[in-house]
Design a binder for this molecule. Structure first.
Ligand code: G6P
Length: 369
């Protein structure tokens, strides 16, 4: 097992560090910036069916559901197809309205999650076209769906999902860009630019990983916290949910993710000098609005840990701690902002002596209801 961990103390840490390679493995061979095309067999073979979808329904559980939420922003933004994201467990039991014009995207790392599988079967019965995004090749879900795309993240052993999440976002971004190009909802120059920017992501993830030691110090300060709030807006709202989930899963600290602007409808009541608030405040996407949310937290004496774009000045002055990530286009920021949140939960859990790779009560793949 020590050899499998490749010198890392835990599988989770190894998998966090594998993300630059995992992301490039996911887009390699699919993205051809020189030719200005994206090749994805499962999409190419069904391009009319998918691009003419009346709507896209995404079904998933856990971290994969968070990737689905990011995809909702990407598909609507680029391909202008209405998207709904559902917990597979709710979808399967609520007599959903599905028609033959709907496309269902099922996201699952393991490809074995029972609720997601049941949702797929239901969608198929109702005549929808079902597309799978799985990591495990040959898994039950990859076989049950009409078509699909693998994430090529490699085996993920740590129960808390890390590289599966970023590679799911990578695949779904490629798919949305491809549909957008086919539908003509994106300009050729933007399409080209996004592809080039995607190619820079692995290097930028490496840069984000360079903050590891600094994050360890932040973790040391907040490891005794009993609650933690995570806030983000737009593309980074799902990242806030995912950051909170990571902390809960492995450190057993209660954490909640919220859209930053919703804070005033509840969570703000919890903020006092004991409360760490992790805010994603990258330069792109509602930056000024997030800055004013940070001011609201500060005036209530909350402790602010902000994930910001390299070189940020405004938030630096307000926050107790800042963690920098490189700049990129807004839709790709989740691939970078997720990294420090994974590391923060990892270090807190290790410092608390928790079993990081196999947290209590959780399973890597939930094959029963
Ligand atoms: C379990 C795992 C999570 C995972 C979720 C969905 O809860 O612990 O890490 O996100 O199942 O799994 P899937 O394999 O369908 O992505």
């Amino acid at each position: 097992e020590q050899i499998e961990k490749g010198g890392f103390e835990h599988f989770m840490l190894k998998e966090i560090y594998e993300q630059p390679d995992a992301i490039s493995d996911t887009y390699r061979g699919r993205m051809l910036p020189d030719k200005g095309i994206i090749r994805m067999a499962g999409v190419d073979d069904n391009i009319e069916r998918i691009s003419n979808a009346r709507r896209i329904l995404i079904v998933a559980c856990g971290t994969s559901w968070h990737a689905g939420l990011v995809a909702e922003y990407i598909f609507e933004d680029f391909a202008r197809i209405p998207v709904e994201v559902e917990y597979a467990s709710e979808f399967r039991y609520r007599n959903p309205v599905i028609s033959e014009n709907d496309v269902v995207i099922a996201i699952s790392q393991s490809g074995e999650t029972a609720d997601t599988m049941a949702a797929i079967k239901l969608a198929k019965e109702k005549g929808a076209f079902v597309f799978g995004v799985c990591n495990v090749v040959g898994s039950s879900i990859s076989r049950e769906t009409h078509a699909g795309a693998y994430t090529h993240a490699g085996p993920e052993i740590g129960v808390a999902s890390t590289k599966a999440f970023t590679t799911q976002i990578t695949v779904l971004t490629l798919m949305a860009l491809k549909l957008a190009k086919h539908k003509g909802t994106i300009s050729t120059s933007d399409f080209q630019f996004y592809l080039q920017e995607m190619e820079r992501i692995p290097e930028k993830v490496k840069l984000a990983l360079n903050s590891d030691e600094h994050i360890q110090k932040v973790a040391d300060i907040y490891k005794e916290a009993t609650n933690c709030l995570y806030l983000g807006r737009g593309y980074n709202f799902p990242v806030a949910l995912e950051g909170a989930l990571k902390l809960k899963e492995i450190s057993y600290i209660h954490a909640e993710g919220y859209p930053a602007a919703e804070m005033k409808h509840g969570p703000i009541a919890l903020i006092d000098e004991q409360m760490p608030v992790v805010v994603i405040a990258t330069k792109k996407g509602h930056y000024e609005k997030v800055v004013s949310n940070i001011q609201e937290i500060k005036s209530r004496k909350g402790k602010i840990i902000a994930v910001v774009t390299d070189g940020d000045i405004e938030v630096r002055e307000l926050a107790d701690h800042i963690i920098e990530v490189p700049e990129t286009i807004e839709s790709l920021t989740p691939l970078l902002t997720t990294i420090p949140l994974q590391l923060l939960s990892y270090h807190i859990a290790v410092m608390l002596g928790k079993n990081v790779d196999q947290p209590r009560n959780l399973a890597k793949s939930v094959t029963v209801e």
